[in-house]
Design a protein around this ligand. Sequence first.
Ligand code: ADP
Ligand code: MG
Length: 613
Amino acid sequence: MAESEPLIGIDLGTTNSIVATVQDGQPVVIKNRTGVALTPSVVAVSKNAKRLVGSIAKRQAITNPQETVYAAKRLIGRKFSSHEVQDALRSLPYAVVAGQHDDLRIRMGGRDLSVPEISAMILQELKADAEAHFGRPVTKAVVTVPAYFNDAQRQATKDAGRIAGLEVLRIINEPTAAALAYGFGRTVNGRVAVLDLGGGTFDVSVLEISQGVFDVVATGGDTYLGGEDWDNRIIEWLVFGFAKEHGLDLRKDRMALQRLKDAAEKAKVELSSVRESHVNLPFICTPPGGGAALHLQATLTRDKLEDLTSDLAERVVGITTEVLGEAGVRPSELKEVILVGGMTRMPKIVEAVRGYFRREPCKGVHPEEVVALGAAIQAHALAGQDSELLLLDVTPQSLGVAIAGGYVRRVIPKNTTVPTSATEVFATSKDFQRTVKIMVLQGEHEMAQANELLGEFALTGLREAPRGQVEIEVTFDINAEGIVSVSAKDRGTGLRQSITVTASSGLTEEELKRIIEEQREYLLAARLSEELKTKRVELDSLARDVVDALTRARLLPGGGGLAADAMPRAEQALEHARRVRDAEDVAALTRACELLSGCLTQLRGSAQSGARR
Ligand code: ADP
Ligand code: MG
């Protein structure tokens, strides 16, 4: 039997991304080519126009802030005019411009890129890591998103997959993935809470698990609470101490600030396992009036860190209390509490959560890996490689239509298992109305305006009648892929109109196709330039060896018994190598290498036999 295609699960995070798979029945994280599980969700274009992804991009952010894009997840699938995007813009150093349909573009490397293109660069990197791991192509993945992501955000994430050359088998919710990683759904049924404290966001979800269905009962959190806030407190403390000692504000210097940021995160991470951390930043700045460079040295203890950030830990508990309150769930009613995200490695966070729930939360050694592991389990299950685990998809948000007075009539409530279909009957709201406009909305707000408009269409040619007398039947259909079709029918005349609403990610199909084509070309170009580089290195090294061998042969009496044409041939080959070296032609370079290598064998072979004689 042919070996089944490798399947992967991807956690595309705000701060870090991870890829995992199921191997010998066990979910495992795939290490990237630098040997670690985490790939920072950072992409950049370097000064010499090279695309950088992951830790290499994160490391150069210091010197290249405008061309380094991070936290793209905050922007994916959103409208430029939305307050979330406008809020994010205030803190992001890279340029974001409005696209054509109120979508947004990120300016990087002199190009305006859509957010899915940026996310695709990260996905591509993870795909390449997985391919290196398996030693063969990987084309299918399950990708996770926060439970509160709407259709547009999910669709945009799928588009990112397509651009990266991955078929996204399914998009699943991060808390669901976390619960799967803990084997819930098989072992645990009932309500569980998932608390995910990452680098920049805090998500709280309550899931109701029964018979393989994971319903999101409630979601909440704070999209601006995460590890970075802890880092910032440490930075403030370091800056304050330095100002007290030297009277200088380090925050004014971008370079110094980036170094402080890195050092602060490192200290925070260390303090999760040891009680004291030393910060040492030599030559952090030169005094404005000249003089010797100044160094920053400080010792931060775990107690001090907890002291500096006690309100942040309290916010974690406060927000959790709120979300549970909204969901109408008491902490004691929960079957389990799962901790997810790198920040839950901090002992103080575990302690705060334990105190609130009065129970030991589930937390593995690597809380930032569980989402990816769950995604891998889901991918495995979807491929039928695990028949025990049946997972059904649910609608993430309610669907409905706008009705008179600016309200929404809900047709399919959120968390409905798909595929599904539902019909509602509406009546005209005006006398002798000939047309109705059907506006398809997604969201939980009772006012139409506050929801996302997925699409609209008109049903015309209605029978003329006093208001309320014409009945219109609106049917929503959601298939297993989550594609929504809506049709409206005049019950009197049988007249019918329908649309398929594919949530728009901000990219049209044509744009997407063009991007995929560009992507393919980019990858080909990147591979070519990689091959050229390798070949040139090989050519240069062979040329050096030939020159050496020639020099040696010339020193030997009678050329060391070389064939008469050996030296001129070698010289010709060297000349040829010089000519083709900078051509963008792998085949020509390969031939030049072969020529040189042939000459080398001849020069060395004869020199050896000459010496023996
Ligand atoms: P996200 O889900 O936002 O992409 P992660 O779950 O990977 O991110 O969490 C990243 C955050 O976790 C960062 O702020 C990082 O500094 C923090 N973190 C990682 N390891 C530790 C640790 N040992 N102690 C405290 N914080 C940590
Ligand atoms: Mg995460």
